[in-house]
Design a protein around this ligand. Structure first.
Ligand SMILES: *Cc1c(COP(=O)(O)O)cnc(C)c1O
Length: 394
């Protein structure tokens, strides 16, 4: 059947490919440990599930307004005020079926053929595909483990052209765990104001932050910076609600309204029942967020401790999210498991088939020197998995 050429820009998710290979090994009876997952391992807190059951019991199961229910927009506004200290109005909020959907809405509303979007590598796998699908060009700026994955502001400035429309910032970062410094965010915001660029700020991990590090949103850096910023966030990571599919876009009223028109013809409205659950997540007690954060921090400490003990593996200390992104290049060029390992894809394959641990090759994130390990798993699994990693690389 005919398939439109624009679909050529969409590749199947690399994380999914690894998942399938790991499942095949598991089916053969092999005891594979997965460090490839991109979601919290905790159950959704009970009080949130209860709100969804209540919505169903009340018959709150029909279409809502295309842009989401006012109650949820108000809850988003209140949460942003509480967390960031900046004020928005419900009319500046668009609720969507997950933050990934919010991002797709943003690129479709913003990007025209030939427009350039600056993206920092390592980047979340979804960004380049979405941008290219909308006809945009991805301008990649590398960040490095030696610099704790902080972007170099001079490099960013030099990358801006007349066709640049946006800077895409993801802090805390998936996959590196980097939390961009205030200085970096200030520099990016100043550049965005000077060159009239949109800053798309993906803040989905803002509650999962360690060592008392500071989450700086560009929206907090004064009125001008706020005007240039589109905040992307959602309930998936903070409240362990990945399957509920609720995310949001917050920013310029006209932009948000235009994205809302697109959404109304694309999907009518976000899931009604999940919207009620998200209201409860944002307005209810926040202790579960802090409990999960603390567990992630303890696991991060454990992972870093074990990695320090593995020769030839260097790892910048993640300050947020739930991933480590070690540099494994010292092992490139070795013959491992009968084949020469020269890149992250071969390394991830070797670790899976010989070590029975699944990881995601850094190449998927635009950084081939690394592999990503998620620590959204139990401490026992971390202990066993990192022991396997050490043995497999010995
Ligand atoms: C998980 C994730 C999202 C998407 O969240 P959903 O609300 O589940 O769509 C967005 N950005 C990054 C960087 C993520 O890791």
């Amino acid at each position: 059947m005919k398939i439109a050429a624009r679909l050529d820009s969409i590749s199947p998710s690399a994380t999914m490919a690894m998942k399938i290979k790991a499942e095949e090994l598991a089916k053969q009876g092999k005891d594979v440990l997965s460090f490839a997952v991109g979601e919290p391992d905790f159950p959704t807190p009970e009080y949130i599930c209860e709100a969804a059951r209540q919505a169903i019991a009340e018959g709150f199961t029909k279409y809502t307004a295309a842009s989401g229910i006012t109650e949820l927009k108000e809850a988003v506004v209140a949460a942003i005020e509480r967390d960031l200290g900046v004020s928005y109005e419900p009319g500046e909020v668009l609720i969507s079926n997950g933050a990934k959907h919010s991002l797709m809405n943003v690129f479709q509303t913003l990007v025209e053929p030939g427009d350039e979007v600056i993206v920092f590598a390592p980047y979340w796998v979804t960004y380049p595909d979405q941008i290219r699908f909308c006809g945009g060009k991805v301008k990649v700026i590398m960040t490095r483990g030696e610099d704790d994955f902080q972007p170099d502001l001079e490099e960013v400035r030099a990358a801006v052209t007349d066709r640049t429309v946006a800077l895409l910032v993801n802090t805390p970062c998936n996959p590196s765990g980097a939390v961009y410094s205030r200085e970096v965010i200030e520099g990016l915001a100043a550049l965005a104001i000077e060159r009239d660029l949109v800053i798309i700020s993906d803040e989905i991990y803002k509650h999962i932050i360690f060592d008392g590090a500071e989450h700086v949103s560009p929206a907090t850096l004064g009125d001008e910076a706020k005007e240039q910023t589109l905040i992307i966030d959602g309930v998936a990571k903070s409240y362990s609600m990945t399957g509920w599919r609720i995310g949001w876009l917050v920013g310029d009223r006209d932009f948000v309204a235009a994205a809302g028109r697109l959404q109304s013809q694309g999907t009518s409205c976000p899931n009604t029942i999940a919207q009620r659950a998200a209201v409860e997540a944002l307005n209810g007690p926040q202790d579960s967020v802090e409990q999960m954060r603390r567990q992630f921090e303890a696991r991060r400490d454990l992972v870093m401790d074990r990695i320090a003990d593995i020769p030839g593996v260097r790892c910048s200390r993640p300050r947020g999210a739930f991933y480590v992104f070690p540099d494994v290049t010292e092992h490139y060029g070795r013959t491992l498991g009968g084949a020469k390992v020269e890149d992250s894809t071969a390394m991830a394959e070797y670790l899976l088939t010989e070590g029975l641990i699944s990881t995601v090759p850094g190449a998927a994130f635009g950084a081939d020197d690394y592999v990503r390990l998620s620590f959204a798993c139990s401490t026992e699994e971390i202990e066993e998995g990192l022991a396997r990693l050490k043995r497999t690389l010995a």
